[in-house]
Design a protein around this ligand. Structure first.
Ligand code: ZN
Length: 89
């Protein structure tokens, strides 16, 4: 019997070619889901899809756009939100 990780789809399968020309299968942990805008649900850009261990080692500036609502709202929703907040003052 093979280990369960090779049977289940918990691990992602990556097909690789060795220097000797053989094909092998690597079992890699899956990436987390893409972050989405909390207002419209569109996919957020400028955010790395890393596992928590690696994410803790990356600088904060590389984890989200450096603007108000960066990493929470998409660019068009944050623009809308900023304009609305300026008008309501
Ligand atoms: Zn949005």
């Amino acid at each position: 019997m093979r280990p369960s990780k090779q049977k289940s789809r918990t691990m992602r399968r990556v097909f690789k070619k060795t220097p000797g020309g053989r094909k092998t299968v690597d079992y890699v942990l899956r990436k987390p889901k893409k972050l989405v805008c909390s207002n419209c649900g569109r996919e957020l850009h400028g955010i790395p899809r890393l596992r928590p261990g690696k994410l803790s080692k990356t600088p904060k500036t590389m984890k989200r756009p450096e603007r108000p609502y960066g990493g929470i709202l998409c660019s068009s929703c944050s623009r809308r939100r900023l304009i609305d907040s300026a008008r309501s003052k």
